[in-house]
Design a protein around this ligand. Structure first.
Ligand SMILES: Cc1cc2nc3c(=O)[nH]c(=O)nc-3n(C[C@H](O)[C@H](O)[C@H](O)COP(=O)(O)OP(=O)(O)OC[C@H]3O[C@@H](n4cnc5c(N)ncnc54)[C@H](O)[C@@H]3O)c2cc1C
Length: 500
């Protein structure tokens, strides 16, 4: 039986981050992945030879002292990741309500404030107050700074106020409220269910900068893989834990894999969906309260996605990536409700890809969707889905294509759909229980599954732990990494890496 210091379950960005962090700190690490490949949502897929992003289209945090940049620097992979900034107004368009009012927003904290005030000249006070409150939350949150990151996250007053509470106190202007709450689509929780503090923690880095990455999530995976070799990090794909055995004093002695192999470790860290963690842990060693708590978590929103190309005479050099968000109503609570009977929100992202010297104008359109929408086919598997499911997919592809052409009539003859994915596709491709985009809904007052679990050598990290998205998932791994490595060693490691 092989023995490791740490076994990490799941190789999405959180598992990759934790594996490298622990490996760099001298630990003998094993990464266990259920899929045939590592990378989880980061991994791109290829259709007709063209690369499309699965679960990583753009991110915040890419700026001097920004949290993402710092994390990549500490991990030694910053130079392998090439950001493509979407900084100008023309890159980021928000179209709100049935009257389709258009707002073009630049990035940069101060530039964003000025532009929103330009659009809402009578609301200067509300805009200033909102951004001051958001900034205040972030400066007071230890986890937003790698040097101060700590497991004992102390709650702020804003952790007990919903985003809606704050917006409703600031203004009656529904369009302004929608614009300020627009990034709810990047974490999939309604403004009346999310705390103002968490909303601010997620949005702040997006206000500062929005960037795509050259080669998308594959650039991250390649960079991690290269460094894994240096630190002897072992990877086992097509594996998952089927049983935790030899449990004494709440310490798991051995883990049995689906292949029958047995492994042991000082720490096992799950970076997978909490529902999947619960399925793996031995219930006779868990309290009913714990099982009930985790079982009660709800899924965040997900997407029905259409992927295609626009035949274009351009070249990659003169192409500007864009994000266009269509919110058919100003009511984001409604847009993030599975029961919304109106038109769903749609985010259209356009970027350039070069494959073997050939330029592709790639377009991905993500329509908000929920596990409830595919409930009828939840027991079906890829390759054997029933015909009514295929019809559901075709209808959605057609309606999304119509919306794309309505917004960009110039693509009428040049846009070609190449692939599509429903919530079920994401569920099965990413081995998640429900196919939601951001793991569990992180609702106000919720006690997430994070850090040490009731079994002494078992921990949880990942997008459902602390904050969703690639940045949130990585941050959770730094926090758990600090606990495992030890505060002093971690602090020294971070200081050294950030100084270099
Ligand atoms: C359509 C879509 C678009 C998105 N767009 C963005 C975006 O633009 N920007 C952004 O920041 N975030 C985006 N996200 C969210 C982002 O992808 C996630 O927050 C983040 O990548 C999650 O990382 P993770 O490591 O926690 O989990 P995952 O990436 O889900 O990785 C989990 C891994 O664990 C594996 N696994 C599952 N169960 C087991 C098991 N029992 N044993 C072993 N392995 C297991 C899975 O196969 C997977 O590889 C998007 C998500 C989706 C679905």
């Amino acid at each position: 039986m092989k023995k490791y210091d740490d076994i990490i379950v799941g190789s999405g960005v959180s598992g990759l981050t934790l594996a490298l962090l622990l490996g760099m700190n001298g630990h003998k690490v094993l990464l266990v992945e259920k899929n045939a490949h590592i990378g989880g949502s980061l991994r791109r897929f290829y259709s007709q030879g063209i690369p499309f992003d699965t679960g990583f289209h753009f991110t915040g945090g890419f700026y001097k002292n920004g949290i993402l940049q710092d994390m990549l620097m500490v991990l030694g992979i910053k130079d392998h990741i090439q950001p493509i900034y979407l900084s100008e107004e023309k890159n980021n368009q928000f179209i709100l309500g049935p009257e389709q009012t258009t707002y073009n927003l630049p990035t940069g904290y101060q530039r964003t404030i000025e532009k929103i005030k330009e659009y809402f000249p009578c609301e200067e006070h509300a805009v200033d107050k909102y951004f001051a409150m958001a900034k205040n939350v972030c400066t007071q949150t230890a986890s937003m700074d790698l040097r101060k990151i700590s497991m004992s996250v102390s709650a702020l007053d804003e952790d007990f106020l919903t985003l809606d509470d704050v917006l409703n106190q600031l203004t009656d202007n529904s369009k302004l409220k929608t614009l300020l709450a627009r990034y709810s689509m990047c974490y999939g929780v309604k403004p009346r269910e999310v705390s103002f503090a968490n909303h601010s923690r997620i949005c702040y880095s997006l206000y500062e900068s929005v960037a795509r990455v050259k080669d998308g999530g594959d650039a991250f995976i390649r960079a991690f893989q290269k460094h894994f070799k240096e630190f002897d990090i072992e990877i086992m794909c097509n594996r998952h834990i089927t049983e935790c055995v030899d449990i004494q004093n709440n310490y798991v002695g051995r883990f049995v894999l689906n292949t029958g192999e047995e492994i042991s470790c000082d720490q096992c860290i799950f970076t997978i969906h909490p529902g999947e963690i619960l399925r793996t842990l031995p219930h006779n060693h868990l309290s009913k309260a714990f099982v009930d708590r985790v079982s009660a978590f709800e899924p965040s929103s997900g997407f029905f996605s259409v992927y295609g190309v626009v035949e274009s005479p351009n070249s990659a050099d003169d192409f500007t990536p864009t994000i266009t968000s269509l919110f058919p109503t100003a009511d984001i609570n409604r847009l993030l409700d599975p029961g919304n009977s109106g038109m769903p929100a749609l985010v259209i992202m356009q970027n350039a890809e070069e494959v073997n010297g050939k330029f592709y104008h790639v377009l991905s359109a993500l329509e908000v969707s929920f596990p409830e929408h595919v409930e009828a086919w939840k027991f079906s598997k890829p390759g054997s889905r029933p015909s009514d499911y295929r019809k559901y997919k075709q209808q959605h592809v057609s309606s999304i294509k119509e919306r794309i052409i309505e917004k960009f009539p110039e693509y009428k003859d040049s846009f070609k759909v190449i692939d599509s994915a429903s919530i079920l596709t994401f569920r099965d491709y990413l081995n998640s229980p429900d196919g939601s985009a951001y793991g569990v809904k992180q609702k106000i007052g919720q006690f997430n599954l994070f850090g040490k679990l009731p079994l002494r050598n078992i921990y949880a990290a990942g997008q459902s732990s602390m904050l969703p998205g690639v940045v949130g998932a990585m941050m959770s791994s730094f926090i758990v990494g600090r606990t495992i490595v030890g505060k002093e060693k971690y602090n020294h490691f971070i200081e050294q890496r950030l100084c270099n």
